[in-house]
Design a protein around this ligand. Structure first.
Ligand code: FDA
Length: 312
């Protein structure tokens, strides 16, 4: 219940331009509050975070942040920027794995343009042997995101995967379909405030669905990614893998940069495959607000950081 209210509250705040202006001014300073969750605004900072993460054992996926661009021109700029990012990652020698959002490539403006932009990125990614994960946004975009993914799959692209959210009622069916395709799926609980018609509203139901879908993906999926910081979801996954004799190499865990580093280290120590999602770029505000919405206690840390800024 608390998480539901807090997701809605921080979703409203995410639309505030005043708050965005304050956050942008202070959040990314040397010890700014946003640095806990975001690697930095530049590709150099992201690469430094990726190297440090890889040195500690986990694999990485880099997300050049951006979403809901307002015009075809902005979508084109984001696409070019992403292709530039691919080249920088390839040259740096860190793992070639990125995550992106379709509304960053123009989905809200024009679907055909978005598909073209995605194809441009997938072609560049193919040339450099990258894997591209299409993040899942809020439920108005679920069907279209899966359709765009499947279009690419039918056209022969195999360096691409997608995300399912256990909060959505439709996701179990989607998981079975994606398994049948042979597609690579990341399973998450879902970061957005969703309506009752589309989504389970209680944590118990979202968690129960997560476990059911995890079992579908581990049993018949292609290298599924179980993305969560929830110890009970991790335990359920590990127990199911042992029960079914599924090797740790057949799946991976994923966690977000800056969250539950203790669990990240423990999984690596125990020999599990773990990938850390590293977001970077100047458009970090909506991503950051979603992280606050998941755990309101994070907001006290932000307030303390802002107060100490004002005392300087
Ligand atoms: P839950 O919210 O129950 O949290 C379990 C525990 O994790 C908490 O008790 C706390 O200890 C810790 N925790 C969780 N969030 C925290 C936070 N913000 N700050 C501090 N501690 C926190 N969502 C989506 O809709 N589309 C997507 O494409 C993705 N992609 C994605 C990639 C990866 C790699 C991960 C790990 C997550 C996503 N998500 C996502 C986000 C996901 O939907 C979900 O909102 C968060 O992972 C939080 O849910 P948990 O499974 O961690 O459980």
């Amino acid at each position: 219940m608390l998480q539901k209210v807090s997701k809605a509250f921080f979703h409203i705040l995410a639309g505030s331009t005043t708050l965005k202006a304050i956050a942008s001014r202070y959040g990314m300073r040397q010890d700014g509050f946003a640095r806990r969750f975001i690697a930095g605004e530049t590709i150099e900072e992201a690469l430094a975070a990726a190297r440090a993460t890889e040195a500690a054992g986990p694999m990485v996926t880099l997300d050049y942040l951006g979403e809901a661009v307002a015009s075809i021109a902005e979508a084109d700029t984001a696409t070019r920027a992403y292709i530039g990012v691919l080249e920088r990652i390839a040259a740096a020698g860190v793992e070639r794995n990125i995550s992106l959002k379709l509304t960053q490539l123009g989905l809200t403006t024009d679907r055909a343009t978005c598909v073209d932009n995605l194809r441009r990125i997938l072609d560049a990614a193919n040339a450099h042997q990258f894997f591209v994960r299409i993040d899942m946004e809020d439920s108005p975009y679920t069907a279209v995101t899966l359709e765009v993914f499947e279009t690419m799959w039918q056209q022969g692209y195999r360096n691409v995967g997608v995300v399912l959210q256990s909060c959505l009622r439709r996701s179990e069916t989607d998981a079975a379909h994606l398994n049948a395709l042979g597609a690579r799926v990341r399973l998450v609980k879902g970061a957005y405030k969703e309506p009752k018609t589309a989504a389970y509203q209680s944590k118990v139901d979202v968690d129960a669905a997560f476990v059911r879908i995890m079992k579908v993906l581990l049993s018949g999926g292609n290298c599924p990614a179980i993305a969560t910081h929830d110890p009970s979801m991790l335990a359920a996954t590990r127990a199911f893998a042992v029960e079914r004799g599924i090797a740790p190499a057949a799946f991976e865990f994923q966690m977000l940069y800056g969250i539950r580093r203790d669990l990240q280290a423990a999984l690596v120590r125990e020999g599990f495959r773990l990938r850390v999602y590293i977001p970077f770029g100047s458009e970090w505000f909506p991503y950051f607000m979603r992280r606050l919405g998941e755990r309101p206690a994070n907001a006290t840390f932000v307030i303390r950081n802002l107060l100490s800024e004002r005392r300087r």
